[in-house]
Design a protein around this ligand. Structure first.
Ligand code: SF4
Ligand code: SF4
Length: 226
């Protein structure tokens, strides 16, 4: 019988750096239409996992390394999620993989506001992987905010991990809010209408580059609690 311990062993074999489990009841306060049961009605547990993202591209003056690495890591996590899904299916579990990034359907063009089918940052929090900082990123005490998340919805009950209780932001810290060039952060949300035009850039040759990572980089806990 599959249990949480076996799930963690599979995640570790697949080289994920973090893995946690959130029972479905923890998503009761999620927005209507964006709960795991809105994606898969028989979902009883959400397995959330993450790969560490190398830090080096944060220090490059060109945004090409950061953009390129980001695209590769998204693909890597999606590919590992597929392998994870197959392993769960081989063990007789119904497993629904969630994209690590795109695609999603909800889009408000006036506000440039998109919403994933499930918020992986919030799922990660509910699975004990970390807490949300004022920069809106999920932050883990050991590895910081340089992580790429993935998740799988399953139709079996699994023991949940404790929700993290450490503080993400030192008292009075507002470094990310003050450093954002477009004042897109208010400490709870990111105003995508302000962030997207500054942080995502389509080159005339068609490449989509991410050209701002300031709120991630300036955080004193970007790589874990020192
Ligand atoms: S990515 Fe840049 S523009 Fe967007 S919220 Fe972060 S600092 Fe602000
Ligand atoms: S820069 Fe400061 S306020 Fe912003 S997320 Fe990091 S610790 Fe929190």
């Amino acid at each position: 019988m599959l249990n949480s311990k076996i799930v963690k062993e599979i995640a570790s074999e697949l080289s994920f750096d973090l893995c946690g489990i959130a029972p479905i009841a923890r998503f009761n306060d999620a927005p209507d239409g964006f709960r795991p049961t809105d994606v898969y009605k028989d979902c009883k547990s959400v397995i959330v996992f993450a790969k560490k993202v190398p830090h080096g591209p944060l220090y490059a003056s060109s945004f090409v390394p950061y953009s390129h690495l980001g695209n590769i890591i998204i693909q890597e996590v999606d590919n590992l999620t597929l392998k994870f899904t197959r392993k769960l299916e081989d063990l007789g579990v119904r497993a629904v993989p969630i994209p690590s990034d795109d695609p999603y359907e909800y889009w408000e063009s006036d506000n440039l506001y998109g919403r994933a089918i499930i918020s992986l940052r919030h799922a990660g929090k509910l699975a004990g992987l970390g807490v949300l900082g004022k920069n809106t990123l999920l932050f883990n005490d050991h590895v910081g905010n340089m992580i790429q998340l993935g998740a799988i919805l399953v139709n079996i009950d699994l023991a949940g991990d404790p929700i993290a209780t450490y503080e993400s932001c030192p008292d009075g810290c507002e470094i990310c809010l003050k450093s954002c060039p477009t004042e897109a952060l208010d400490g709870k949300t990111v105003m995508q209408r302000l962030c997207r035009p500054h942080s995502i850039y389509t080159h005339e040759k068609g490449y989509v580059l991410k050209k701002c990572n300031t709120c991630r980089k300036v955080c004193p806990n970007a790589f874990g609690i020192k």
